[in-house]
Design a protein around this ligand. Structure first.
Ligand SMILES: NC(=O)C1=CN([C@@H]2O[C@H](COP(=O)(O)OP(=O)(O)OC[C@H]3O[C@@H](n4cnc5c(N)ncnc54)[C@H](O)[C@@H]3O)[C@@H](O)[C@H]2O)C=CC1
Ligand SMILES: O=C([O-])CC(=O)C(=O)O
Length: 326
């Protein structure tokens, strides 16, 4: 059932399917249409819910002044010929849980969603958002058999944006002047890079002392948990939706932006057969290239420690879901 059976690919308007119409998914749908980027298919397993959200968004079009269509549906056929498919379906964590605690519940949901979407959108770029992020992206890559340039995980943009927010708050500077970079896993061992984090080109290592930087790095690593703890039910969704939206935008508009995203590595940074956050250029074909930075021994060692934690969870998933083979 969908709220608009007449919605079809009659125009050359790009189409984005968002699977999971919960907090992140529905906010992302809103961001995409209000930025006038694409028509959106909002898909969820719960009957009536995505249809209601889509109707609500359609009723705001006259005020928000965009012409994008939004349909809500429970049927993957409605997602046909999407240019980008974003997977946000699955459970968020509760206070006291790690993201890895979601592995068992979310793996099946995400793999099934990716396989079903692929039937109808064989040429789409797939962006995974569901946690634990790096492992979910790997399972989607494994289960779909898609080449690595068509599968990305969203986390680095969010983690970097959090680091930027904390730096701007600490220094009392305009947040637009702050650019930061966080790579590695979307977990407790993510790797914020102070050396590559600047205020209008000035590295923060020249503006803040070591202890303060360490405190901001720690707050960034706990950024998701801090919000989960405050909200008690569910986690962050505004910044995650904005972060996903700029990845979608860079792809649809072929902007070739250099954004930190989880990508499948084939030897970059000395890592193989793993999804982890690295600087990626994103354009119309998805992952255009991975930029390899000249890291110090300490930075490389932090990145490898982060990768090792993801590897452990991938191995755990392989044992549990032995049937999910590429
Ligand atoms: N990568 C990142 O940086 C971030 C990841 N997340 C993750 O994104 C996921 C979604 O978070 P929220 O939107 O806050 O959760 P939510 O609970 O608000 O929404 C999840 C939605 O998925 C739907 N769903 C469940 N099974 C489904 C299936 N088989 N097919 C289609 N839809 C299905 C649910 O009905 C629900 O509407 C969580 O795993 C969360 O941890 C959230 C924020 C940031
Ligand atoms: O912390 C969570 O569970 C959700 C998430 O990944 C984030 O906000 O970074």
């Amino acid at each position: 059932m969908s709220n608009s059976p007449s919605f079809s690919k009659i125009s050359c308007s790009p189409r984005v399917t968002v699977i999971g119409a919960g907090k992140v998914g529905s906010t992302l749908a809103q961001r995409i249409v209000e930025k006038n980027l694409a028509d959106v298919v909002l898909l969820d397993i719960v009957s009536g819910m995505p249809q209601g959200l889509a109707l609500d968004l359609m009723e705001a079009r006259g005020i928000e002044l965009h012409n994008r269509q939004i349909i809500g549906t429970n049927d993957y056929a409605d997602s046909a010929e999407s240019d980008v498919v974003v997977i946000t379906a699955g459970f968020p964590r509760k206070p006291g849980m790690t993201r890895d605690d979601l592995l068992l519940t979310n793996a099946k949901i995400v793999v099934e969603a990716a396989k079903k979407a692929l039937v109808h959108s064989p040429h789409a770029i797939y962006i995974v958002v569901t946690n634990p992020l790096d492992v979910m992206a790997y399972l989607v890559w494994q289960a779909t058999g898609l080449p690595r340039d068509r599968i990305l995980g969203m986390a680095g943009v969010l983690d970097s944006s959090r680091f930027e927010a904390f730096i701007a708050m600490e220094l009392g500077v305009c947040h637009q002047d702050v650019k930061a970079m966080v790579l590695g896993s979307h977990g407790d061992l993510m790797v914020p890079f102070p050396r590559y984090s600047t205020v209008n080109g000035v590295p923060i290592t020249e503006l803040l002392d070591t202890d303060t930087i360490r405190r901001l790095v720690e707050r960034t690593r706990n950024g998701g948990a801090e919000i989960v703890q405050l909200m008690q039910t569910g986690g962050a969704f505004f910044a995650p939706a904005s972060s996903t939206c700029i990845m979608v935008e860079s792809i649809l508009l072929n902007q070739s932006r250099l954004l930190p995203a989880a990508a499948y590595l084939e030897g970059e940074y000395g890592l193989k057969d793993i999804f982890i956050g690295v600087p990626c250029r994103l354009g119309r074909n998805g992952l255009e290239s991975i930029v390899e930075l000249n890291l110090t021994d300490e930075e490389i060692s932090d990145l490898h420690a982060s990768a090792q934690a993801v590897r452990k969870q991938i191995d755990r998933a392989q044992e549990i879901f032995a049937g999910v083979r590429r």
